[in-house]
Design a protein around this ligand. Structure first.
Ligand SMILES: Cc1cc2nc3c(=O)[nH]c(=O)nc-3n(C[C@H](O)[C@H](O)[C@H](O)COP(=O)(O)OP(=O)(O)OC[C@H]3O[C@@H](n4cnc5c(N)ncnc54)[C@H](O)[C@@H]3O)c2cc1C
Length: 384
């Protein structure tokens, strides 16, 4: 068997890529096992593709998360201008909206304070120019800015950056099991019909919705934290938005739903549906597709129907168990346990905050590894 790595990462989604980049930048030797043939083909290509602070998390007082994400947004706009762009977003407020204009104003004022990028109210005479937005019962429209990306390309780019710093990305490689003792974890993985071995001092389990499945194959097995998988669907319909993106309140349940411009049409999402199956089989439920069509048709004059849906896709959020999905924390959760202190599991979190997550994981791991010479400062590193 080859020399042990300092760190073995399971999963080449955005969190695995972010941890690989942070680890290689800190001077550690690091390898990533990913069961698909490219990075970012799990949850990290099924997101809303926003690089955002998450305006709506202010409602549930997740100020630390919003602040962190807005800071990461500013770094990404500087370090990856080819992948992350600020776009105008509109929030229309109607007579029947649960969130009144003063509340939106307050939220946006706080968002401006945290991001340094302002917002404004669109005068009534301009409402008719807003991509067929219904003006019946419309009280106010606010405009602010947030970031948009291609989530899979971003994940590939972060992984490439990690590789440029010396990380090894091992694709089409599925972890089968790992055994940890006296400072060394020996792992077995499957690649092209063959079983191979790899070893490292520390394991970062960044397997997203598969994280607890991965933990079940690690001995000694740390306790499995209770996590729920919550499915989010997006649909894409033909058309284009000329003015920007729209942030709507779903008439059915007052959740936030985005209407976004994508190269292949208008993307509408997302939903929050409890999920109990295998993360290998995630399909957008028909009821989610209908829900999103209803939201769009409630607010836009050019109605769409089921046959307009060109494609639909769904991804799984990993959320702490309990309460309704909408109000549960979206912050990253990093678990380690005395039963197997060499294993760190990363649950949930935002695409936007992958760098901050990598930094946090490295702080926790540092005491377990020898001193290494730092190679780069990720905050200042341009993405390839
Ligand atoms: C519907 C939805 C919308 C979202 N929208 C946004 C948004 O707009 N902005 C934002 O910032 N965040 C958003 N998020 C959050 C963000 O997308 C996710 O938190 C993030 O993509 C999770 O990344 P991950 O690396 O943890 O998981 P994943 O991307 O799922 O990566 C896990 C990887 O592990 C691999 N793997 C699993 N088991 C094994 C094994 N045994 N061996 C080898 N590899 C294995 C998988 O193949 C996979 O590639 C959204 C999430 C969802 C679900």
């Amino acid at each position: 068997m080859s020399m042990p790595y300092d760190i073995l990462i399971i999963g080449g989604g955005i969190q695995g890529a972010g941890c690989a980049q942070a680890a290689a930048a800190a001077g550690y030797s690091v390898a990533v096992l990913e069961k698909y043939d490219r990075p970012g083909l799990g949850t990290s290509c099924k997101s809303s593709k926003l690089i955002h602070g998450g305006l709506r998390y202010l409602e549930t007082a997740q100020i630390r998360l919003v602040h962190e994400c807005l800071y990461e947004r500013s770094l990404l706009i500087r370090n990856a201008p080819h992948l992350v762009k600020l776009e105008p977003f509109y929030i229309p407020v109607y007579k029947n909206s649960l969130r009144k204009p003063w509340l939106i104003w307050l939220g946006l004022a706080l968002y401006t304070l945290l991001s340094g990028k302002g917002f404004k109210r669109i005068p009534k005479k301009k409402w008719a120019t807003l991509d067929g937005l219904s003006t019946k019962g419309l009280l106010a429209v606010f405009k602010y800015y947030d970031g948009q990306t291609d989530d899979q390309r971003l994940t590939e780019s972060v992984m490439r950056s990690a590789q440029q710093l010396g990380a090894e990305f091992i694709s089409s490689a599925e972890l089968i099991s790992a055994q940890c003792d006296t400072g060394l974890c020996k792992a077995l993985y499957r690649q092209g019909g063959e079983q191979k071995q790899i070893s490292a001092s520390v394991i970062i389990n960044a397997a997203g919705p598969w994280a607890n499945r991965v933990l079940q194959n690690i001995t000694p097995r740390p306790p499995l934290p209770d996590m729920d998988l919550v499915l989010g669907t997006h649909i894409v319909v033909p058309g284009a938005l000329e003015q920007g993106m729209y942030y709507m309140e779903a008439p059915q349940d007052q959740r936030a739903v985005f209407v976004l411009s994508r190269p292949d049409g208008i993307m509408i999402g997302t939903t929050e549906t409890a999920f109990h199956g295998s993360p290998d089989r995630v399909e957008p439920p028909e009821s989610d597709i209908e829900y999103l069509i209803e939201v769009y048709n409630h607010y836009f004059q050019n109605a769409i129907s089921r046959s307009d849906v060109k494609r639909a896709f769904a991804g799984l959020r990993v959320l702490p168990t309990g309460g309704d999905a909408f109000s549960r924390s979206r912050d990253i959760m990093i678990h380690s346990d005395a039963i197997n202190p060499q294993v760190f599991t990363v649950y949930g979190g935002k695409l936007t905050a992958y760098r901050a997550t990598g930094e946090r994981v490295m702080k926790l791991i540092k005491p377990l590894l020898p001193e290494r010479k730092q190679q780069a400062d990720v905050k200042r590193l341009s993405l390839p």
